[in-house]
Design a protein around this ligand. Structure first.
Ligand SMILES: [Zn+2]
Length: 45
């Protein structure tokens, strides 16, 4: 199980199935977060 959380506000965004427990950082839909540093590595797949 992997958790995707916003790298800006820490908000839980989504979950993905992974072999190990991991935390991935993405960006939530908050305007203030979307205007922040782009971290597109964990966008919705
Ligand atoms: Zn956020």
């Amino acid at each position: 199980m992997g958790l995707i959380v916003c790298g800006h506000c820490g908000r839980h965004i989504d979950e993905v199935e992974t072999e190990k427990v991991t935390v991935l950082y993405g960006c939530c839909t908050n305007d203030s977060c979307r205007r922040g540093t782009r971290q597109g590595e964990t966008e919705n797949e």
